[in-house]
Design a protein. Structure first.
Length: 146
């Protein structure tokens, strides 16, 4: 089993998790049919996304008007129900969204003990998935026997 803890102060910020592969967005079932987004991963699982996520956004080589993420690689996706104690970012500019959090402005969840930026929640009405993404440089992976 694995838990993740804040790299700065060591407080555990997830429940027990088991690593799985990241579901392919194009083949996985999404509930974004005008309803509420669903978690991409089952409770108790985590997956590492090798692709960049979040800001900064940079122009594509083919069209400078189209921006793509150039953020962190290796973000750790977890089910929102597996978060332990993370708090909303004190900067309201990090908490944008229509109905919930859109996750487009950088980490929006912080450590409850030291305030370090730990994760990004994407849960707004227009997103396909309700995800929590831990920043790889902000957490440490702690393995233990179940």
């Amino acid at each position: 089993m694995t838990v993740f803890a804040c790299f700065t102060c060591g407080v555990v910020v997830t429940g027990d998790l088991v690593e799985t592969t990241l579901p392919d967005e194009s083949s996985a079932r999404s509930s974004n049919d005008g309803g509420e987004a669903i978690p991409r991963l089952r409770s108790g699982q985590f997956a590492v996304d090798p692709e960049p996520f979040g800001p900064p956004h940079v122009p594509t080589a083919n069209d400078p008007h189209v921006l793509v993420s150039n953020g962190s690689r290796g973000t750790i996706l977890i089910n929102p129900g597996d978060v332990r104690g993370l708090e909303l970012h004190p900067d309201r500019n990090r908490r944008n969204g229509c109905c919930r959090l859109d996750g487009l402005d950088g980490p929006n969840l912080v450590c409850p003990r030291c305030g370090s930026e730990i994760a990004t929640e994407q849960s707004d009405c227009w997103v396909s998935w309700y995800d929590i993404r831990l920043e790889p440089a902000a957490v440490m992976r702690l393995n233990h026997k179940a």
